[in-house]
Write a protein that binds this ligand. Structure first.
Ligand code: C5P
Length: 414
């Protein structure tokens, strides 16, 4: 992907400072950025910081003779594989809808024949105003991709949708769109959906250098995240510490503890699908020392460790009243009576499916898995296969279910 280039239009909003983080992250992933800074944007970030991070000249004025001589605005608009507007303000979107061309950003948007991705960020009332709702619908009808903003506390003190999505999610969306162009695809089975996946172990600190954890490699969860992204889903992968690389086009949120993992999943909602693959530690040390615990001398009393129960992320998300994903999938690693235990777990957790994993053999940490998909309707046993193939089949099943051909999901969504 190293030969890809985007044109980033930085609009004027408090979230403009996040565009700097975005430029850095894209650079790390080999995606070059040429930037246009609107006059509003330059109230929040300076052209100098943008050019230092992007390593390129920053464009600001429409009628700048030097700029026009070097690279005219028409050429600028076509010099990238993707135009990204981030943050996309209500004003910039309104201008784009009506074809205004009174500054460099709006002129470029009108002159471009390159795909455009808008990443909105604004006050909740502005986002929910009928005019913005109309404009977003029109932009989408015109073929512009508009990401959904995040929900949460806003800089202005209000609460609701309108926050800029997390940078990893924006990077993933950009990669997904660039990847789609390379492979000439689009229209995957999960296009337009958002899937959240947890993977890997959690680490529960005892002191600054010691922790409780487990042997989860994260491989199955990462493969599922990759398979969902390959079907066109926007994927947020919330991962504990692992030694493997995230799949392309997936938004990675790194966490350590179970409580951080729950918070990250909740922040990633709303989503259509939640797949809980992580091997979350059931307990954590009740108290984590702030300094390294020291042995008091040979023969001194061995300290005892009190444990506290961790939140059950799968159960919490399954039982949400607001923003419960339409399909919630849990995993169960069992050594015996696999299907009976999985069916009981389905009820106990309140999820829709359980992917039951027979770990009596040598699958833990390996590349293969032997699973049974347990739903309220019964059990579907899959032959032993590679974790990538499990992931592909599961992504396919998820797509079928969201498509409405599965009663379980319709029930959950109603
Ligand atoms: O109860 P058990 O740990 O066997 O359940 C496994 C399933 O529950 C997996 O999907 C795992 O990701 C999820 N889980 C969780 N939070 C916990 C424990 C398990 O999300 N604290």
């Amino acid at each position: 992907m190293s030969d890809k280039r985007i044109l980033l239009i930085i609009g004027g909003g408090i979230a403009a400072y996040k565009s700097l983080e975005l430029i850095r992250e894209l650079g790390r992933r080999g995606i070059a950025c040429r930037c246009i800074l609107t006059s509003g944007g330059s109230q929040f970030v300076t052209p100098l910081s943008v050019s230092a991070l992007s390593g390129e000249k920053v464009f600001t004025e429409l009628f700048d003779l030097d700029d026009e001589a070097e690279m005219g605005h028409i050429q600028l608009s076509r010099s990238a594989d993707l135009v990204v507007v981030c943050p996309a303000t209500a004003d910039l979107m309104a201008k784009a809808v009506h074809g205004h061309a009174n500054d460099l950003a709006s002129t470029t948007l009108l002159a471009t024949d390159t795909p455009v991705l808008m990443v909105p960020a604004m006050n909740v009332r502005m986002w929910q105003h009928a005019a913005t709702v109309r404009n977003v619908a029109q932009l989408r009808a015109d073929g512009v991709s508009v990401m959904e903003p995040d929900e949460g506390a806003m800089a202005c003190g209000e609460f609701g949708p309108g926050r800029l999505p997390q940078v990893p999610a924006i990077v993933a969306e950009i990669e997904r769109q660039l990847e789609g162009q390379t492979e000439g695809k689009g229209g995957g089975l999960l296009e337009g959906t958002h899937c959240v996946v947890t993977a890997g172990p959690t680490r529960e600190p005892l002191d600054p250098v010691r922790f409780l954890s487990n042997h989860s490699s994260g491989r199955q969860g990462y493969a599922i995240a990759g398979a969902l992204a390959a079907e066109g889903a926007r994927v947020t992968l919330v991962s504990g510490p692992v030694a493997i690389e995230p799949p392309r086009g997936v938004g990675l949120v790194k966490v350590e503890t179970a409580r951080q993992m729950l918070k990250a999943v909740e922040e990633a909602l709303p989503a259509d699908v939640f797949v809980s693959v992580a091997a979350v530690a059931d307990w954590r040390p009740a108290r984590a020392a702030t300094k390294k615990l020291k042995i008091k001398g040979a023969g001194s009393a061995t300290p005892s460790m009190e444990l506290a129960e961790n939140p059950d992320i799968l159960r919490t998300i399954s039982n949400k009243r607001k923003h419960r994903p339409a399909l919630v999938v849990g995993f169960a690693a069992e050594t015996n009576d696999v299907e009976e235990h999985a069916a009981a777990k389905l009820k106990r957790k309140g999820c829709d499916w359980i992917v039951a994993n027979d770990v009596s053999g040598d699958v833990m940490g390996g590349t293969e898995n032997e699973i049974a998909l347990v739903t309220r309707d019964g059990v579907d046993r899959w032959p032993r296969m590679g974790k990538d193939e499990v992931a592909r089949r599961l992504a396919q099943k998820i797509a079928d279910a969201l498509d409405g051909s599965d009663d379980d999901v319709r029930l959950a969504a109603e």
